[in-house]
Design a protein around this ligand. Structure first.
Ligand code: CP
Length: 310
């Protein structure tokens, strides 16, 4: 029993058995992470490079912790301060790391499709930690795992993804993952931030955020990705907050207690108010906690190891 893929490039390439195997493996690692000694020596003969061409807090640290808790050797590369500024290509950069006997590459890049490109031009296992507006597979896995933890099976559960769907790799990976696991998905936000024909991916569109909240069991609230918007797609952040932001009054007016999620980083007072982000209904920090177990599972399964050594 192993994964059907050699790399983790996107959720699109995974099948349901892959996702369930990752979840079951993460369950074991989550138990390891509750112990006083949170490490296993499973990957002590493996070296992983975290290659980040874009900023990150959660994903980079979560991968680094996952690798170290599996006993791997870890090197971290950031494009800023590297020889990329002298014109070195992505493939040359990674081939130089591989020459130093690195076994696996975890990469984040602003160019959509770059992990796929790299996987075809270098001889190493590639794990996508977010590529442009395409996919963020480990985020979708930890999101679905966190819903499973709270609600049991994902089958038939109603998940609303709110905000900047157009520029969000989290949205696309979540849609693929939730569909594969049998959940129902609605996307909601300003029409200018919802891609045309997104219904073709098997989701509903609801432009009224309040109605989306009334419909769902779980709301995954996304950040406005201003860094990816080259022209304004709504008037002001203040107006966005007024018409599309999630606030406590909205939550309290619903007939049921829904679960609130956010992949981070949060823009408090824009897409979500503090009294929602920090409420009892929020599982935002639980998502972050689960991220380490999910990333341990992904690295372990892609490494081809067969035993979680004690
Ligand atoms: N959720 C997420 O990808 O956060 P970072 O950009 O901080 O890694």
């Amino acid at each position: 029993m192993g994964l059907s893929v050699k790399h983790l490039l996107g959720i699109k390439e995974l099948n349901v058995q892959d996702i369930e195997l990752i979840f079951q493996t993460a369950d074991n690692f989550k138990q390891v992470l509750q112990r006083s000694i949170k490490k296993v020596p499973t990957l002590r003969d493996t070296t992983v490079a975290n290659v980040f061409f874009e900023n990150s807090t959660r994903t980079r640290l979560s991968f680094e912790l996952a690798e170290k808790r599996l006993g791997a050797d870890v090197v971290n590369f950031s494009a800023s301060g590297s020889s990329v500024s002298k014109g070195e290509t992505l493939v040359d950069t990674v081939n130089n790391l591989l020459a130093m006997k690195v076994d696996m590459i975890v990469m984040r890049h602003s160019a959509s499709g770059s992990p796929w490109f790299l996987s075809r031009h270098v001889d190493a296992c590639i794990i996508n930690a977010g590529d442009g507006i395409n996919e963020h597979p480990t985020q979708a896995l930890l999101d679905a795992y966190s819903i499973r933890e709270k609600m049991g099976s994902l089958k038939g559960k109603r998940i609303a993804i709110l905000g900047d769907i157009m520029h969000s790799r989290v949205a696309l990976s979540n849609i693929y993952c939730l569909n594969k696991l049998g959940a129902e998905v609605t996307v909601s936000g300003p029409p200018t931030l919802i891609p045309k024909h997104i219904e073709d991916l098997g989701v509903r569109v609801e432009y009224n955020v309040k109605k989306a909240l009334e419909w769902c069991d779980v709301a995954n609230v996304l950040r406005i990705q201003l860094e990816r918007q080259h022209k304004p797609l709504f008037s002001t952040l203040r107006e966005y907050a007024l018409y599309y932001g999630v606030n406590k009054q909205m939550l309290d007016s619903l007939e049921k207690k829904i679960i609130i999620m956010h992949p981070g980083p949060i823009n408090r007072g824009v897409e979500i108010n503090s009294d929602v982000a920090d409420s009892k209904q929020s599982i935002i920090l639980g998502q972050v906690e689960n991220g380490v177990a999910i990333r341990m599972a992904v690295i372990y399964l892609l490494s081809g190891k067969r035993e979680i050594s004690e």
